[in-house]
Design a protein around this ligand. Structure first.
Ligand code: GLP
Length: 242
């Protein structure tokens, strides 16, 4: 694993946006694995700026997101599809048909998971997967205890995730209880992984994930087994690691 230290949140976003933009410049038809959450917001903002200035072209790029809530329509302001449209897709020249997220309203859950895995296969896998980390060590919505061999699957969210994510909803009871997520196996098949983290709140879990035992109890710890992981963290997030 390589660790890239950043001064603060803005610096972390800049460094991450540079990595993603280099990927797209080197391989315009890259398959980017993207994510929602508060951490990547500044990354998307920069990529949009650089696109607007003519520095990056997403016309051939494909994106495949990590996860989506179950039971929220794509245009629901809390859905990850809406987040991605609002913060990134609609603001750059990516083709709508090249953007992929699980469909939160699918009637057949198993079929939706298979469809999603087939999408990833169709593009011959993910070139760079962007990841965050939950306070409980989750990646995507792979909560503590998830088997490492899972592909895309339907999950019940952990109580701690529901609490954490309630800040985006009017009340905790509005947070969906279920989601689709790429599984650990799906994530581990990405050719490169960039995990981003900011703030002192993530420092303990980063230490557990990258220096502790590899265990399903800390899902992100599996990344110790991946050959091409870059951790981009700001000083606070990395304070217990370096
Ligand atoms: C959600 C997402 C995760 C993400 C996590 C971190 O739970 N499903 O993929 O890693 O949020 O969120 P934040 O960046 O807001 O801390």
């Amino acid at each position: 694993m390589r660790i890239i230290g950043a001064k603060d949140y803005d610096d972390m976003c800049r460094k991450t946006a540079h990595l993603l933009s280099a990927q797209v410049i080197l391989k315009p038809n890259s398959v980017l694995g993207l994510m929602a959450g508060s951490t990547p917001l500044g990354v998307y903002k920069l990529l949009v700026e650089w696109y607007t200035e003519g520095d990056i072209d997403f016309s051939e790029t494909v994106t495949i997101n990590l996860d989506e809530y179950v039971g929220l329509a794509p245009d629901d302001p809390q859905s990850y599809r809406h987040y991605m449209e609002n913060n990134f897709f609609r603001r750059v020249n990516i083709k709508p048909e090249n953007t992929h997220l699980p469909y939160g309203f699918a009637t057949d859950k198993a079929e939706e998971c298979n469809r999603y895995e087939a999408v990833i296969r169709k593009y011959q896998g993910i070139d760079v997967q962007l990841l965050g980390i939950g306070h409980n060590g989750h990646i995507g919505f792979n909560e503590p205890g998830t088997l490492f061999e899972k592909n895309t699957h339907f999950v019940r969210l952990a109580e701690s995730t529901i609490r954490d994510n309630s800040r985006f909803f009017e009340s905790e009871s509005d947070v969906p209880r279920f989601a689709y997520t790429m599984g650990i196996r799906t994530i581990m098949q990405a050719r490169n992984i960039v995990l981003i983290a900011s703030g002192v709140g993530k420092s303990s879990i980063l230490k557990d994930a990258f220096t502790g035992p590899i265990t399903p109890l800390v899902p992100a710890s599996v990344l110790q087994l991946h050959n091409n992981v870059i951790l981009v963290g700001d000083e606070e997030a990395l304070s217990k690691l370096v």
